[in-house]
Design a protein around this ligand. Sequence first.
Ligand code: CDP
Ligand code: MG
Length: 765
Amino acid sequence: MPSMAPLSGGSKDGTGPGGGAGLPFGGRFGPPDGGSSGGDAAGKRKAASALPEARGNKRQAILDQRRALPISSVEGELVNLVKKNDTLVVIGETGSGKTTQLPQFLHAAGFCKGGMMVGITQPRRVAAITVATRVAEEMGVEVGKEVGYSIRFEDCTSASTQLKYMTDGMLLREALLDPLLSRYSLIVIDEAHERTIHTDVLFGLLKGVQKRRQAASTASTSSKQKAPKTGDSLKDLQSLLATSNTPAVKKISPLKLVVMSATLDTKGFCEYFNGAEAVYVQGRQFPVEIFYTFTPEADYLDAALLTTFQIHLEETPGDILLFLTGQEEIESMERLLKERASHLSQNVQKLLVVPIYAALPSEQQMRVFQAAPEGTRKVILATNIAETSLTIPGIRYVIDPGLVKARAFNPRTGVESLEVVPVSKAQAQQRSGRAGREKPGKCFRLYTEDLFTKLVATTVPEIQRCNLANVMLQLKAFGIDDVLGFDFMDKPSRISIVKSLEHLYSLGALTDEGKLSDPIGVRMSRFPLEPMYAKAMLISCDMGCSEEMLATVSMMSVDSVFYAPRDKLQEANNARKRFISVDGDHITFINVLRHYIQEAEEAGAEAGEGEGTSSNSSANENKKAFKRIRSWCSANFINARSLRRAVDIQKQIRGYVEGMGLKITSCGEDMLSFRRCLAASFFLNAARRQLDGTYRALSSGQSVAIHPSSVLFGKKPDCVVFNELVRTNRSYIRNITQVDSLWLPELAPHYYAAQGVGTPSQQQS
Ligand code: CDP
Ligand code: MG
């Protein structure tokens, strides 16, 4: 039986909700919300100053904030519990200080002695960066030194790092290189309630590592080598340990685990971790008044826009948090809000719009934590990153359209898609809770109360609704061949495991015996990319167009390259024309990236020419270059943030390719070769036009349509390969290039010889 001891660190506060406002909502109170919790006055952060005195004040302010957090009064108890237990489950409402404080407590308690680290996993990049930056600030160190973070395509750690925040996916990659995670004394799995696919895989792996570290520590004391146990799903790792049980690892200490969750529902965690103890850190919570719409909203974006301005014009001071589904939606809302806000009358307070989503550059991510200037209301446009991962101070109003973008997988067809789906009740409650951390707040749900009651209670773990190819490739790379027998907390269905293995087999990553193939599978597992992209990189090296594939994969890894404001559609379309390739989106993206890099180089050179001797003038020149690139981007309606990130990703993947001893070569203007390479790489995502003009995905038989954002929209090519399937009211394919249907059986004979590509007329019959 798992036990659950409440630790009291704060007090319940506040009285009942206040009266309804003049908004177009039901004005009824929703069900009592368990989401919001304790806090501090973090919102009033002072601007950094070079004056030591001001810095001293700032440190004092941070210290005061830390002390005010509910978790700080139970530091000693928590540390003792961690020391006493192999695995501890910590529950605490969002904002109670779990992520930023507990690792510091562990640091102070000596868990980082002797060169050991405490690792803290986060499901999202943004959280890893912002939290590490905050903790570094609290500890008075530079981020990247004692406190660092590691995310895909960005490692901000050093030899002196002791507290390491990282995405759960990055810890998985580290475990590939160091199966015992020997530099970590303790791993905190944060945001466990989110149950991301990587978190779930980590659960199983870390349980295994714990067992082996335990075995290794007793083996080293008895100085006798234990024979690897058989029948264990991780037995290969175990034998790996046996063979590597040399003096180098003989003094390894057991690995401790802390599983942290923002929701109470932790029975599953405790049972899974062999009856682990759970503690509850109490938070402070203010009441949040819930409003629903009377009738369903036809256009939730429009409703969100209206609601934002209604709050702004009618409600008392306090920032607004609006949940949206993704970068594109956030960016268009940002433009709309700014545009409308510019028409506000002079005597109304200003509105400051701040976006936050994963792909946003880190400097800009930090802006959400800065308090708005006096007399200004901040409205934060966020993905569900702000649901529990980030605690943003100052929020009193939450607008929740009730939607989230989620991965969905059809195990029958093997097709994964991104879908906008309704949130779960638990998510809706977490979202509304964000309004009541510092004061009583209000949450405006842009749906009816009746709909709320029909929402599912909690979200299905990602592992049960996504393409498992990547996970299976990683498990195979760990030497775990019996993937069906892996110790999952919630097992994915057998059919989705089998489908993903078939997928890997079609890509050549697995042998006939189901083992990782060498070198293809081994190399694929090294890339921080989806298996299909990893394979594409390998194929392109053979086909002499790796430079082009590198650009493609980088551009596919960022969201929304182009944007088109509603009022400037024609202008945006005209600008886009200069990049368009009649062959499709991939080459169009390559053109964009090439032009961007050229522009950046020219801007750099121009800045270099005018460079003076003082650092001041070179900073000015840099600024000038930066400005030139920005204006080039806006003139071409190109997302500067996305392009910067793409260049960064390109650099990293280049490193991986070269690290494998492979060559990056360009096919120059020979785009025919490149399209053949695209067909060879993405043959699993091919579609053919039918007689009636619709398309049929060849691997699944599903009927699909070309997405309006594609340059091939309205062009009706006979055969295409695509990279993304988006499902709204129908299924759309995106990021498309036209190929010759005869290339498919030629370049992927193992797949198409059996299935046959056929001609459209044959398929009709
Ligand atoms: O993890 P949990 O939700 O329990 O809380 P946390 O993320 O550790 O946040 C604790 C406090 O730190 C909150 O009051 C935040 O407002 C503050 N914080 C901040 O001011 N700036 C950040 N970048 C992160 C946290
Ligand atoms: Mg947290």
